[in-house]
Design a protein around this ligand. Structure first.
Ligand SMILES: CC(=O)SCCNC(=O)CCNC(=O)[C@H](O)C(C)(C)COP(=O)(O)OP(=O)(O)OC[C@H]1O[C@@H](n2cnc3c(N)ncnc32)[C@H](O)[C@@H]1OP(=O)(O)O
Ligand SMILES: O=CC(=O)O
Ligand SMILES: [Mg+2]
Length: 531
């Protein structure tokens, strides 16, 4: 790089153990360049998100865009071919980039490890920087360690360890511990930039590449922004254009109307689409929560066989395969149970979900736990056999209309009393974990992360808004559940948690995400400032 920007980049946090290996002047300079180039465009896109939300709330119809009809009609374009390590993706394990879980994930027998700075990570500064160290150490194969209790964690010798894909935070979040020109750097550029700077060339040298998952996109312009970030990042580090690969999560209702356009924008770097079912459901409620025909019952009743969810996954497979892209399935909520009989039920639920995805044409899917790798693999082996994928199944039989994607009315209805209590209890317990720095937890046998917690709190908001639950009932349950939380988790800051719940679930105007509020009030720490 010819000139340095590092003097314009400031770390606003106390130095932690080995942070200097990640926060080098050259790495900060690189992140600063990305912020300088793309910060304003990202601001503009966030404003456009707000405008679109207002238009939709005012009744503007959602449809496949007219202006891009030619992109959809043109049968001549396809995405880049699968990159090394991404040809066979039948099982992808996800989890935060935490050292112990990283070793377990890489050894799990999954095809891919999706190292997650988004839904599964509470973005404390230390979680983020140590997550980058974990990735660096994993790629350098120096991640082995022994716990204080003497348990050994060693990377296995498999000739097919899981390929690493990294999910940076979404466009909506700021990183308050890193400033460029006096303003917080977009969190997405911090997570992407630090990983790319330290690990892109190392991954190429190891026979793989810098691979990403892109969360919470709302439209094709946000995909274009990512593509431009990739182009500049590759150029700055002298990495050939087209080396990056990225799978976009289709996990907002507006993105479902632009799947083809999103693939098209990223086509030279695309590694397909993933059906991010939990954020998708959250997005549907958030976007149309004010409409009575979008009133949803208990979360447990909104399954992947609900017609609007099926329309979304069917369209995703068809769109991907038409363009030569992988279609990757979503996360089953159940996690393994200690009790053998209960665990059989968990495995049966996961098997059913993965078999349906494989039969629908998905090329692979996600699991949340090493104990679920085999059941997912078996489900996909049953359909794929020795083939790496089923991209040749173009699903021309699928015909999904805008009305199908929005056909929520067919399962709409009020909640049960247990559904109300469960959502309040899950949101509170998840908030407690998150404020403590843990972004994914098992609660009542289900994996809960930022996406599922968002569903819990927006459902309460929706039910209050439509008066299918009265405020007094919610307040009473909240009192009970806060008392239970204080008893079960004596360390939990119950007043903070209650305040967060009231602000994110019980206000007239729904906050778009709970994380910016929780982050800026509770996770930002500035004990010391250094340049
Ligand atoms: C909506 C979405 O975005 S889904 C994607 C984002 N969410 C996620 O990635 C969640 C991933 N899963 C997890 O974080 C965990 O499985 C949890 C928090 C749900 C449960 O974790 P635990 O309570 O530790 O589960 P459990 O006690 O059964 O773990 C047993 C072992 O498996 C390991 N393990 C559990 N999940 C994972 C995982 N996803 N990756 C690697 N190792 C794992 C644990 O570290 C533990 O290892 P150890 O025996 O060496 O200590
Ligand atoms: O990120 C995945 C989801 O389901 O949300
Ligand atoms: Mg998500």
């Amino acid at each position: 790089m010819s000139t340095t920007l590092a003097q314009n980049v400031r770390v606003l946090a106390a130095p932690g153990t080995r942070h200097d290996e990640i926060l080098t002047p050259a790495a900060l300079d690189f992140v600063g360049r990305l912020a300088a180039e793309f910060g304003e465009r990202r601001e503009g896109l966030l404003k456009e998100r707000r405008r679109q939300a207002i238009r939709l709330a005012a009744g503007s119809p959602l449809d496949f865009p007219m202006v891009t009809a030619a992109v959809r009609a043109d049968r001549g374009w396809r995405v880049a071919p699968p990159a090394p390590g991404l040809a066979d993706r039948r099982v992808e394990i996800t989890g935060p980039p935490e050292r112990r879980m990283a070793v377990n994930a890489l050894n799990s027998g999954a095809s891919v490890w999706m190292a997650d700075f988004e839904d599964a990570t509470a973005p404390t500064w230390d979680n983020l920087v140590s997550g980058q160290l974990v990735l660096l150490d994993a790629i350098e194969r120096r991640i082995d360690f022994r716990t204080e209790e003497g348990k050994e964690y060693r990377l296995g010798d498999s000739d097919r360890p899981a390929t690493i894909m990294v999910r940076p935070r979404g466009w909506h979040l700021d990183e308050e511990h890193l400033e460029y020109d006096g303003r917080p750097v977009p969190a997405a550029l911090v997570d992407f930039g630090l990983y790319f700077f330290h690990c892109a060339q190392r991954q190429i040298d190891a026979g793989y590449g810098p691979y990403f998952y892109l969360p919470k996109l709302e439209n094709r312009y946000e995909a274009r922004l990512w593509n431009d970030v990739f182009v500049l990042a590759q150029e700055l580090l002298g990495i050939p254009r087209g080396t990056v690969r990225a799978t976009v999560l289709i996990e907002t209702i507006t993105a479902a109307f632009e799947m083809e356009e999103i693939l098209h924008e990223l086509r030279e770097h695309s590694a397909g689409l993933n059906a991010g079912r939990w954020d998708y459901l959250f997005s549907v409620i958030k976007t149309f929560g004010h409409r009575t025909d979008f009133l949803l019952p208990d979360r447990a009743k909104v399954t992947m066989t609900a017609p609007f969810m099926r329309a979304y996954t069917e369209l995703l497979v068809r769109t991907c395969h038409r363009r030569g892209a992988h279609a990757i399935g979503g996360m089953t909520a159940q996690v393994p149970a200690k009790d053998p009989a209960a665990n059989e039920a968990v495995l049966a639920a996961v098997r059913l979900d993965k078999e349906r995805e494989a039969e629908d044409g998905f090329d692979g899917s996600w699991v949340a736990h090493p104990g679920l790798v085999q059941v997912c693999r078996t489900a996909f082996d049953g359909v794929l056999g020795d083939r790496p994928d089923q991209r040749d199944r173009t699903r021309e039989d699928v015909d999904v209309t805008p009305a199908d994607l929005l056909s929520v009315r067919r399962i709409s209805g009020p909640p049960s009393p247990e559904g109300v209590r469960t959502n309040i209890s899950v949101a509170l317990r998840y908030y407690a974990a998150w404020l403590r720095g843990q972004g994914a937890v098992a609660l009542d046998g289900l994996m809960e992360d930022a996406a599922t917690a968002e569903i819990a709190r927006v459902q309460i908001w929706q039910w209050l808004r439509h008066r299918v639950v009265d405020r007094r009932t919610v307040e009473q349950i909240l009192d009970d559940e806060i008392a239970a939380l204080g008893a079960d988790y004596p360390w939990a800051p119950v007043d903070d948690i209650r305040g967060l719940f009231e602000r994110t679930a019980m206000t007239g105007e729904l906050p778009l995400f709970f994380t910016p509020d929780a982050y800026s009030r509770h996770l930002v720490r500035r004990p010391e400032v250094r340049a």
